[in-house]
Design a protein around this ligand. Structure first.
Ligand SMILES: C[S@@+](CC[C@H](N)C(=O)[O-])C[C@H]1O[C@@H](n2cnc3c(N)ncnc32)[C@H](O)[C@@H]1O
Length: 507
């Protein structure tokens, strides 16, 4: 450690209770895939779809026990010269992450012990991407932390951050206050954790944490480490949506988008407002940050905020660029696109539900939606698809007409990260699944693309974030939206029973 540029109590906690709790041997049984760290998501949201990940330089700052590091490094083994730096101030956490990497035979990770506040003087070349999840809100001065990250970020690079959501954690902060009173004078970690357990067993039904149901579940998933992190942390603050926007802006960064589809969908008014169209319309007219701030207050369930940020705002791949290739993320093969097209052709004029990001919402097919899906294959650009449609039919719609027709459908899929874009100039990134555990020693060379059907079957199992309406089973087609309620989406959870976080990940 170069300096004492960290909070001693915070280090003490993470040396004794590395977080999130991970059994290194589990690495042989499962792969944790934080979707915000999936290369195709990063490419779409942060690099205009034009990023070739060869020689990519990623930093995971406050990397803990290695979830982000392992997933990034595993994907990047397919990209020559690409490397990940794992930085943390807890040596115990680094050791767990190192063991996990060893089980997978990963050799593209550099391990660094230190404080992210010292990054500007640690001698690193600028990074293309910096992941920093669940860390900045544990610093005495989160702005100083963000500035330190920005100082080592390449101007064309991007950040993936997670800070706590203030309103969603209201009950957590009441519990923290309660535990400070009960643990007055108590210094031992074990004794304080035992007191939390006693309190949890004794919570009356009126208690706000108990009422909040499964909104936060770290204490159930990560044992003592989860209990300490949730209820006993000595340095813990949270941000509202507006505060997150302001936090980034005053440090010269733009919020590109929410990085977890589930949170993005959660912050859409129509996820919750079903009965009063006039209210929905009013909220939809608000500028995006205000709209999201209003929905955050409306639903009360935003406990974490995973966001992408960058020095400039226009980093998303755009559907208006006809050199971009649209693809269904979890089912990128041509068969799935065609199955969806077939379903649309068999059910003309009917709305279709998309089940993705923990919720189900309808899209209204346009005149050309079925044709467009029938020509999408994960490799064709939108311009090529439009040209094929023109070549086939009697009428010859212009690119503009086709784009206007396609845009609302695409935006439905894109909201949930069910469909993403990549530019034609870069190869498709290869999805990494658990079976891709690398043998010890050498990273495996690029995997040949499996036949379409086999890949669809393989993708279908672990897919969590995006699932187009049963497209893989054309015989049992996607459930059309009920005609009586064509435009009413189903919220991910009723306000009284908020959804359990999924994909399952720690903070
Ligand atoms: C809640 S854990 C999150 C771990 C990891 N980012 C994840 O999402 O799985 C916070 C981590 O940040 C580390 N940390 C806290 N302050 C830090 C600092 N100033 N510099 C580097 N790491 C820090 C802790 O040691 C701990 O491992």
């Amino acid at each position: 450690m170069d300096t004492l540029n960290y909070l001693p109590n915070v280090r003490h906690q993470y040396e004794h209770l590395p977080y999130p709790h991970r059994d290194t041997q589990d690495e042989a049984r499962r792969l944790i895939r934080p979707t915000s760290e999936r290369l195709c998501n990063l490419n779409h949201h942060c690099y205009r779809g034009r990023r070739n990940f060869d020689n990519f330089r990623a930093l995971v700052a406050g990397a803990g026990t290695g979830d982000g590091t392992i997933y990034l490094a595993l994907q990047l083994t397919r990209h020559p010269g690409a490397r990940v730096v794992h930085l943390d101030l807890s040596e115990a956490s680094i050791e767990i992450a190192r063991q996990r990497a060893k089980v997978r035979g990963l050799t593209n990770i550099e391990w660094r012990h230190g404080s992210l506040l010292d990054l500007p003087t640690m001698g690193f070349e600028p990074f293309d991407y910096i992941n920093c999840t669940g860390v900045l809100h544990h610093l005495a001065d989160p702005d100083a932390g963000l500035r330190a990250l920005k100082a080592v970020l390449h101007p064309g690079g991007a950040l993936g951050l997670m800070v706590y959501g203030r309103h969603g954690r209201t009950a957590v902060y009441q519990m923290q206050e309660l535990m400070r009173l009960i643990n007055e004078g108590e210094t031992g970690i074990e004794a304080r954790v035992a007191n939390v357990r006693a309190v949890l067993e004794s919570l009356p039904a009126t208690n706000w944490f108990r009422r909040s149901g499964n909104l936060t579940s770290d204490h159930e998933r990560f044992g003592d480490a989860g209990i300490f992190d949730l209820f006993l942390h000595e340095q813990d603050r949270a941000y509202t949506v507006s505060e997150t926007y302001a936090f980034l802006e005053r440090n010269g960064l733009a919020l590109l988008d929410y990085a977890w589809a589930r949170e993005r969908v959660m912050l859409e008014p129509e996820t919750w407002i079903r009965k009063v169209p006039a209210l929905l319309e009013k909220m939809q007219k608000l500028p995006l940050p205000e709209r999201r701030a209003a929905v955050e207050l409306l639903c009360g369930t935003l406990t974490r905020q995973h966001v992408y940020a960058a020095p400039e705002a226009d980093r998303k791949a755009l559907i208006g660029d006809l050199d971009n290739i649209p693809f269904l993320v979890d089912f990128p093969d041509p068969d799935t696109h065609r199955a969806l097209a077939d379903h649309l052709l068999r059910n003309p004029g009917k709305n279709v539900n998309i089940n993705a990001a923990d919720c189900s919402f309808p899209f209204t097919p346009g005149r050309y939606t079925a044709s467009i899906f029938s020509h999408l294959d994960g490799n064709a650009t939108l311009g090529e698809v439009f040209a094929r449609i023109r070549g086939k039919g009697k009428n010859t719609p212009t690119d503009r007409e086709l784009l206007d027709d396609w845009r609302p459908v695409y935006e439905r899929f894109a909201l949930a990260d069910a469909m993403l874009l990549r530019h034609r100039s870069v190869p498709a990134t290869v999805e990494v699944l658990h079976g891709d555990r690398l043998p010890a020693k050498l990273p495996r060379p690029a995997k040949p693309k499996p036949p379409a059907k086999a890949k669809a079957a393989k993708s279908a199992k672990p897919a969590k974030a995006a699932k187009p309406a049963k497209p893989a089973k054309p015989a049992k087609p996607a459930k059309p939206a009920k005609p009586a309620k064509p435009a009413k989406p189903k919220p991910p959870a009723r306000p009284a029973r908020p959804t359990k976080p999924k994909p399952k990940k720690k903070s």
